[in-house]
Design a protein around this ligand. Structure first.
Ligand code: PLP
Length: 286
């Protein structure tokens, strides 16, 4: 069976899907995106992702081509049409395809935003990474200053991930002015003496939907949370480290730039948070 994708109003087989060469998402990364995970055929935190999508669009003065109700229905249709049990849905909204390549944004009344969604399968709940943990390297954060907007300008994160791979690690933690901002596609945390430390929200990091849920669950479980920047040296001396993302949930980090974190095995707080997150989000999925 072919994979069914959604393109500008139609459900089509992936091999028949077409977007214009003038699409600004393609030409200029003038596009925003979301990735929502699916467990047991249900959407995890759809509202969180829809709210952040609307914020990303509004910061860039994009007018959504669909309502959020339509968007929920499209997500559900794609899950059903692709018989998706566990994995995710990628959604991208671009500023559309005017008839010329101009840096000036087209009039939204004349050029409608484009929209594309597709599903992917991925084991989320039972993941080997949880047993082993991942290694990360540090790299300068040279991305643009509006990382709170979830745009498709992903060349540098992709480059950083390749550098990590070449160094035998799974990811890179990005560092600006001496402090960790976040991972290439996740938010970064350390744990010291029972306190969970993660950078505070601002324009310099993506406001992770998983981050918000994890911090809520941590507080509900009476864990201490401190939202502040930390350095690589502080992270290397921490008891535990982990990252969060929609399709990774909470993943332990066991090595940073060659320094072993804690015992070198996933820490108990990271494990507990992953358990709570998986249980609660599975229950709340729609
Ligand atoms: N930070 C960056 C740069 C990301 O790209 C992502 C996810 O793609 C995250 C953090 C985690 O966000 P979320 O938990 O909403 O997936």
């Amino acid at each position: 069976m072919s994979q069914i994708v959604y393109v500008n109003g139609d459900y089509v087989a992936a091999e028949d899907a077409k977007v214009s060469v003038f699409d600004r998402g393609f030409l200029m990364a003038d596009a925003v995106y979301e990735v929502t995970s699916v467990i047991g055929g249900k959407l995890v935190d759809f509202d969180g992702h829809a709210t952040r999508l609307q914020r990303s669009m509004s910061e860039l003065e994009m007018v959504s081509p669909v309502t959020m109700e339509d968007l929920l229905e499209i997500h559900r249709q794609l899950v059903a049409r692709n018989d998706l049990d566990e994995g995710g849905i990628y959604l991208q909204i671009t500023r559309g395809a005017p008839d010329s390549r101009d840096f000036v944004w087209p009039d939204p009344d004349e050029v409608k935003c484009g929209i594309v969604l597709f599903t992917f399968e991925k084991a989320l709940v039972d993941s080997k990474v949880m047993d082993d943990g991942i290694k990360v390297i540090s790299m300068d954060d040279i991305r643009w200053g509006r990382r709170d907007i979830k745009t498709t300008q992903l060349l540098y994160p992709s480059f950083a991930k390749m550098q990590a791979k070449k160094a035998g690690a799974a990811d890179a933690w990005l560092v600006e002015d001496g402090f960790v901002t976040e991972g290439t596609a996740n938010n970064a945390y350390i744990v010291k003496d029972g306190t969970i430390i993660t950078r505070q929200l601002g324009n310099d990091i993506l406001h992770g939907i998983t981050r918000a849920a994890i911090l809520r669950f941590a507080k509900e479980a009476q864990m201490q949370v401190e939202e502040r920047p930390f350095t690589i040296e502080e992270a290397q001396a921490a008891d535990e480290a982990f990252v969060t993302s929609a399709t990774g949930f909470a993943q332990p980090v066991i090595d940073i730039d060659g320094a072993t974190i804690g015992t070198g095995k996933p820490g108990s707080i990271s494990k507990r948070l992953r358990e709570i997150y998986t249980e609660e989000m599975t229950k709340a999925a729609i």
